[in-house]
Design a protein around this ligand. Sequence first.
Ligand code: NAP
Length: 235
Amino acid sequence: MTTALITGANKGIGFEIARLLGERGVTAVVGARDEERGRAAAERIGQPYVRLDVTDPASAQAAAKWLEEEYGTLDILVNNAGIAGAQEDPSPSATQAAAIRQVYETNVFGVVTVTNAMLPLLRRAPSARIVNVSSELGSLARASDPDDPLYPHNYLAYNSSKAALNMVTLAYAKELAGTPIKVNAANPGYCATDLNGHTGLRTAEQGAAIALRLATLPGDGPSGGHFEDAGPVPW
Ligand code: NAP
């Protein structure tokens, strides 16, 4: 049996990742902080649910304990949970440190908390995969290119959180290089979800595809990269 944990899987791209992994025969555990919505989502796709608030280390430890008791091991971890931040004006001069901290709690520190809690289980799997759902908005190369369509989208908290997540991804990949575990970041592209008031141009299912690919990489696949459907995303 192949087991996966997807954080923030009660809706949006995370839900689609869980649904699509399930279709491929994976036991795709729906991680969600709200029990009612999490259970409802899991039921819709016939998968298990575990309560998981990524900003709460006790919640991550409890989820890891439950997974260990249920399955003994974990093959795939998708760190998908993310927030955009609730600022009206996301430009740097209008951003308070507290607002940045709040976004980082989920998008950066949450990933570290959950990954560290799950690593003992991932190490027990024959060839575990970790996928961090990042964003093209975290690309320094794209953000600094005046000809890039993303150039004007100068959202301090969110963009820097995803840039930090990219470095987090690389750091884990380097530490785990001597193991079968592969760690990559996935850029779903601009998808219509609650995160952006459904203004995105792609579907959540389309956004889930790259995470799915990275979650099921063969042994000779890459580690320590950031990828989208078309290939690598420049750092
Ligand atoms: P979404 O529909 O708003 O879903 C976000 C998910 O994260 C929800 O399930 C939410 O749970 C969960 N979440 C937030 N904080 C959490 C916490 N502390 N603990 C556990 N779960 C938490 O947004 P989405 O677009 O699918 O976003 C999924 C990922 O894709 C994010 O990392 C986002 O940054 C990334 N992304 C999205 C786009 C896009 O265009 N949509 C583009 C690039 C990257 P609740 O329902 O409880 O809030």
